[in-house]
Write a protein that binds this ligand. Sequence first.
Ligand SMILES: Cc1cc2nc3c(=O)[nH]c(=O)nc-3n(C[C@H](O)[C@H](O)[C@H](O)COP(=O)(O)O)c2cc1C
Length: 214
Amino acid sequence: MELKKAIETRHTLKVLADPDSPWELPQGETQDKVAGILAAAINAPYHKPADKAHLAEPLTSPVPWRFHVVSAGQCRKLVQKLGNTDLQSGKIRNMLAAADALVMTTWLPNPAGQAKAFGEFDPTLQNMEHIAASSAAIQNLLLLATEAGWNNYWSSGGVLRSELVFGWMGIPLEQVLLGAVFLFPEDTRGVDVKPGGLRDRKGSASQWSRMVEI
Ligand SMILES: Cc1cc2nc3c(=O)[nH]c(=O)nc-3n(C[C@H](O)[C@H](O)[C@H](O)COP(=O)(O)O)c2cc1C
């Protein structure tokens, strides 16, 4: 798919399966396909290396983001585990029941000046740029997923932001979730699907860009 077409085609789609009838697992090649788009998504710009406090074997790259890939099989396990808690999981369990994969994308804040609660960080320029670079990596992922034929959805994560779920997934609590990216099969099998609520409100370029004159 040419780049412009992938950009124009990308759109949010939430695929809502029944958590009591999760979809069967995709064929083996899916893992390779996910690995392929992750390898390409690395080609995002970043300005400053992540603080060394975040670099732990084997995740030693200085890029300020981390992708924690949850396979379809592990997504189905999560459907069960979340169902056994009192946590409000909204539509997350429905989506986990359909997903081919979930990519928990975190960014790596610089160590805070003062003790911070889980998920909080200092409002510094460097942290802003870490988030910006990580967002570029996520957009790469979405475009590559679109090209590969996956329906996809960048979610804030809801219950997936919780310390409990970070613990289940082995995600260090110093990392902050930027996007829980769902990859869904192209064929949505007639189940409920939902587009992004704000998609039609973006307006034309003249409503969000201008030519500067000095
Ligand atoms: C940082 C970020 C977080 C998002 N979180 C949610 C979310 O939690 N729930 C949701 O319905 N959509 C979420 N979205 C998706 C937006 O709803 C969607 O991008 C928007 O409606 C525009 O639609 P489009 O992606 O089809 O262009 C998120 C998007 C971004 C960039």
